[in-house]
Design a protein around this ligand. Structure first.
Ligand SMILES: [Zn+2]
Ligand SMILES: [Zn+2]
Length: 769
């Protein structure tokens, strides 16, 4: 019997080759009708025999005909009247042009089909470094404007040849409307340039062979990828890696690594089944993996951490390079210290000429620089630590469309920002620390570019409470908008709620380094009763004094002396801690200065920062006294943990005059110092300390449950980037019967804050009468 069905599909179904896939499948099954995009997703009207329609639906939803990048959330099927005389199946334009959601999707790693074509000597794209199709290739990084069509991308400079054009216009082809489609005859080319900017090799295969030879010989080559330049060097060559560190200046951060296959990665790091899946995913992020000791990777690649950040080749160019016999490369961001990633050829030579011995470049312009994303695992789940290439601009969806467009400015550290448009929360990629002038400039430009790209007209702007934040000042300077200021840790917890599609209230444990509290103190270990509409402070780490606000996050001696004063009160004598403190700050005068500052209350703040407690403890056990990059000391403290230690130090709770629960770590610090003085192994002390914090946070949650009758705990804040602590706390909470939620789609550090701000803003708008 002939039937006609109207099918409404929602989810990630636009800009992923969904309509051509529908077309091919309908044609193949002899069905008639049409398909188009609209604001909700994809609408299909389908007419034909019932069995064919059933087969269509099953093959599209789960079978081989579902486009690899599509994610179907809902599929609604309604019986409608048969259209007499209809014979064809067609793709029609969007029902009301201009209202369809943005077609721009994320940059995607080379797909299996393209990879096998590139390796096939008989294919006309054999060995072509820019091969791509609807299922893979650059998107977000090459889009200048909307609509997402070739003239609005950086591919507009290249005139498609007849062969590419034929595939581009053939609806049955895998490259139908793949905007960056190209081949060796018509598309971008690679070239090798020396450190002074002079082109030395032009012939494609020679460029690749020569680059590989240079890398094998220990040279540093800047390689232009999808989202910007990488600085590459042989990861097994200690001398070469050190030289890269020396030339990059002030760079102590662990370097990311790249290899050509999972088997290669397995030689150097522990790859779980879940990690393998993420490494091979279309997003192709850096995945943090446990180091294999003595594996041969140069020591200076990742000192002071127990993981390597590995990624698989994701651009066709990477595969061609590794095919020349390269084993494993350092692939670190092509920038100087904390400046934005460099993506322009001329800028690369100008800025990196003193770092790289040569440049492997190409003439496909990168319009938006996009860093590599970073993933690690918490409770067996993949969690983003940095959200950029491959994930942006995929939105987080909310159920109720927001009545007004919103801009959320984010935080000043690890900044990302977020737009709300209808039912989508669209987060920007990792922008960086706004205190760097170039990063701030990039922030301002990015806001404007993405606002245009996603056609957002913000009427409401959400920002942090911190009056000194550049992002706050920027938000307050925007004309003609309603500004809403949101407390930092509330935004953290809201980001978890937004990701999980909840409104709350929940018990929120927000633990990080610094957040403006609103009571004049710097918050950082908070138990909040929080929903999207409101929050209340249930408890927090008891305040201690911190000297020198700006330097406190770098110099461990500051929180150490602050915590010692808190622990020992009036009995505190600086000279009694001479040996302990000398390891953290060798200069006695400076120690004295910090102590005086605290005593007299000069430039000091009260804080509940848990991040600073980790800095302090790292210093106490002898791991150094300075964070050369954010959270260096806490990461080192986590890295030395001895597994299998179950005991912990004591901690206490008291209820303050304000009726809030105060966590007191004086006993913890006292006992920990006792262990240090007895010469106990640092790794055991570290484990006991971590266990104490996990135990204290568990206790805080239990007291909140008793008092508030809530059973869901949301964890967020930079401290939860600590895998040992978070895994342990999640386990403890679950064992006590809590429902535990944490960030997965956005980082738990300040990189996820904008999402929380956006969700609070959307809730506010939708509640307004
Ligand atoms: Zn492909
Ligand atoms: Zn071509």
């Amino acid at each position: 019997m002939v039937k006609r069905e109207k099918i409404l599909i929602t989810g990630c179904v636009q800009g992923v080759g969904f309509r051509p896939a529908v077309y091919r499948l309908a044609k193949g099954l002899g069905l008639s009708g049409f398909v188009f995009n609209d604001t909700k997703g994809v609408t299909i009207e389908l007419q034909g025999q019932e069995e064919q329609i059933t087969e269509f639906l099953s093959r599209l939803q789960s079978g081989p005909d579902k486009p690899p990048l599509a994610e179907i959330k809902t599929c609604e099927v309604v019986d409608i009247g048969v259209a007499e005389g209809e014979k064809e199946f067609v793709i029609t334009s969007s029902e009301s042009a201009g209202t369809a959601l943005s077609q721009v999707t994320a940059d995607i790693a080379i797909c299996r089909d393209c990879l096998s074509e590139m390796c096939d000597e008989n294919d006309f794209r054999h060995g072509y470094p820019f091969i791509n199709c609807t299922n893979c290739g650059p998107r977000y990084s090459i889009v200048r404007n909307i609509p997402y069509d070739r003239p609005n991308t950086t591919m507009s400079f290249f005139q498609m040849c007849d062969r590419c054009g034929g595939q581009y216009t053939d609806v049955a082809d895998r490259r139908f409307h793949a905007q960056p489609v190209a081949c060796g005859a018509c598309g971008p080319r690679i070239l090798l340039v020396d450190s002074g900017g002079k082109t030395v090799v032009m012939q494609s295969d020679e460029v690749i062979a020569e680059t590989a030879r240079m890398l094998a010989a220990g040279k540093i080559v800047a390689i232009k990828g999808v989202g910007g330049f990488h600085l590459a060097v042989d990861a097994l060559n200690e001398e070469a890696v050190r030289e890269l560190r020396r030339r990059k200046r002030r760079d102590y951060k662990p370097f990311a690594l790249m290899a050509g296959s999972i088997d290669k990665i397995r030689k150097y790091a522990v790859v779980s089944e879940a990690a393998e899946k993420v490494l091979k995913s279309p997003q192709s992020p850096i995945v943090l993996l446990g180091k294999r000791p003595g594996c041969g990777i140069a020591e200076s690649v990742a000192e002071g951490v127990n993981t390597f950040g590995f990624m698989l080749c994701y651009a066709p160019l990477h595969y061609l390079l590794f095919a020349e016999g390269l084993e494993v490369l350092v692939m670190t961001s092509g920038n100087i210290s904390d400046e934005p990633l460099i993506c322009r050829n001329d800028l690369a030579v100008e800025r990196l000429g003193g770092v790289a011995d040569a440049f492997l470049m190409h003439d496909r312009e990168i319009y938006r620089q996009v860093d590599d994303s970073i993933v690690h695992f918490i409770g067996g789940e993949a969690v983003l630590l940095r959200r950029a290439r491959g994930y942006v601009p995929t939105p987080v969806r909310i159920d109720q469309p927001c009545g007004r467009d919103i801009f959320a400015a984010g935080a000043d550290m690890k900044n990302t920002f977020c737009f709300v448009k209808q039912n989508q929360l669209i987060c920007s990629e990792h922008i960086g620390d706004l205190e760097d002038a170039e990063v701030y400039h990039h922030y301002i430009n990015s806001i404007e570019h993405l606002r245009r790209l996603f056609e957002v007209e913000p009427k409401v702007v959400v920002c942090d409470l911190h009056p000194g934040y550049l992002s706050t000042q920027y938000a307050l300077s925007m004309p003609g908008v309603e500004v809403v200021q949101v407390q930092h840790h509330w935004a953290h917890i809201a980001s978890v709620l937004a990701e999980h599609g909840l409104e709350g209230p929940v018990i929120g444990l927000a633990c990080d380094g610094t957040g403006y509290g609103g009571d004049g103190a710097v918050w950082g270990c908070e138990c909040l009763i929080a929903s999207l509409s409101d929050f209340r402070r249930f408890g927090h780490l008891s305040y201690y004094a911190l000297a020198g606000a700006d330097r406190a996050a770098k110099e461990a001696v500051r929180p150490v002396i602050g915590l010692l004063r808190k622990t020992y009160g009036d009995e505190f004598r600086l000279e009694e801690f001479g040996r302990l403190l000398a390891r953290i700050e060798p200069d006695a005068n400076r120690r004295e200065m910090v102590s005086q500052q605290l005593e007299k209350g000069i430039n000091t703040v009260e804080t509940s920062s848990l991040g600073r407690v980790f800095d302090a403890v790292a210093g106490m056990v002898g791991l150094g006294g300075y964070n050369y990059f954010e959270a260096q000391l806490p990461m080192a403290l986590e890295a030395i943990i001895v597994e299998g230690v179950e005991d912990c130090y004591d901690f206490e709770f008291a209820v303050g005059d304000d009726e809030q629960l105060k966590l007191d770590l004086s006993k913890t610090i006292e006992q920990l110092i006792g262990d240090v003085r007895q010469g106990r192994e640092s790794g055991v002390i570290s484990a006991r300390f971590h266990n104490s914090i996990a135990g204290a946070l568990l206790e805080m949650a239990k007291r909140a449950r008793e008092s508030e009758d809530l059973n869901t705990v949301a964890l967020s804040g930079g401290v939860f980037c600590n895998r040992y602590l978070t895994n342990r706390l999640v386990r403890l909470l679950k064992r006590e019967g809590f429902c535990v939620l944490f960030n997965r789609a956005v980082p738990s550090n300040d990189g996820g804050m904008a999402l929380g701000q956006a969700a609070i803003g959307a809730n506010l708008v939708n509640r307004a009468p």
